[in-house]
Design a protein around this ligand. Sequence first.
Ligand code: BES
Ligand code: MN
Ligand code: ZN
Length: 496
Amino acid sequence: MDFTTKSGNIIKQRSACIVVGVYETRQLTPSAQQLDKLSRNYLSTALKRSDFRGKIGQSLLLHDVPRTLCERILLIGCGPEKNLNDTAYQKIITRIAIILNDAGIKDAISCLTELNVKGRDLHWKARQAVEVVCDTLYRFDQLKSKKNESPVIFTKLTQLVADQSDITIAKTALTEGYAIAKGVEMAKNLGNLPANICTPSYLATEAKNLVKKYPGIKVQVLEEATMKRMNMGALLSVARGSRQPAKLIIINYQGGKKTDKPVALVGKGITFDTGGISIKPAQAMDEMKYDMCGAASVLGTLTTVAELKLPINVVGVIPTAENMPDGNASKPGDIVTSMSGQTIEVLNTDAEGRLILCDALTYSERFKPVAVIDIATLTGACVIALGKHASGLLSNHETLADDLLKAGKQSTDRAWQLPLWDEYQEQLKSNFADMANIGGREAGTITAACFLARFTKKIHWAHLDIAGTAWKTGHHKGATGRPVPLLTQYLINRCN
Ligand code: BES
Ligand code: MN
Ligand code: ZN
């Protein structure tokens, strides 16, 4: 996709298609009014003759409108002007991407940055348009033998803005939006790949590929033998049942001064979660290929950060393994010793995410990070609590939590905070070890975070549970690339 911006008079634009908004009920936006005037009411007349009222997503494609210089005008319904919020704007942009693509239009000029989106400025509108168009036209057909079932034809969007001073704002927005879209795309691709392709070794190779593309990035991959020497008994216990060796991938992005303390992003990389000996039911088990979406979001965010050359240091840490049942697999009741020295009774081998994360979190201390954020498809309970709209957020540092909540709102990739009170810690008591790896039925997302909190006492730490947000189920099954937009926004904010 190619995204540009320009300023200038709408009526002077030559293009295959111009996109203008119409509010309910048939109230023309300023650009639509200008085109209507130029064409001597052609637009308003056409609207009246059709059943177009301006409902969100309703559309009317006009060809060869008299006296205009463009080949087509796409009128898109924007709903009542006063209700135009983030979701409405996203729906409108999604619709135009689909309509333009289905109509076989290669490039278009959009005037939709002039829409009044509640509480949002030009930067947001221009950037969001880029992210939504890329999201809408995303295809994952690399494993289908017929690739052209729904080809992407629409490949160039120009967003028209009022004047020269807006161009600067829009250009920054496009750059950010495109970099975020790239990171999101990478996260989606990795998430959607099946577990027989996307193994821990595959993730390690993907990380190494970043080094070739971006000069600021260095990658190191720790093998099982090294992890054993470092006493990562919790992480290693998860991989015991698999033929695929576990890896610990470390990605260093240096955009700031050498001495600047980094932000560490720790992503859960279970490339398939069968549950292990505490095996999961067969229903929808295929979706457990998405159990590495935390890892994918770390790789995606680092891609975005490197694209934007952010003046900041970021270290990505990805513990990755496959959770399988086997004669050699961990058994319920096994006790393992983590890198921190704390012992863990593995009462349920399906609570494996926290086992790989705890050692990765302990390992992250060596980077002396300003903040550590782990991202994990950690608990089914989080899907029950928050559904698919918000990621769960738990943190031992209020400012860090506030910064992440804010970044979530800015990027429309929202998180919702849950409490991390000491009272919940009791649920992790074990009769035979320092702690159990499960905390019972109640407050499953919180007790999972409580477990991780025992390994992050020395650092400012936040945990994002993305079990509900990382992928979509049902008819449109697929990875979302979340929370790459949230994480990127947080890092951008840190630069200002
Ligand atoms: N990867 C799963 C969590 C998950 C399940 C995410 C379903 C999205 C959809 C995780 O490893 C897991 O199995 N968690 C258990 C924890 C339990 C055994 C304490 C869960 O949520 O059931
Ligand atoms: Mn599990
Ligand atoms: Zn899991």
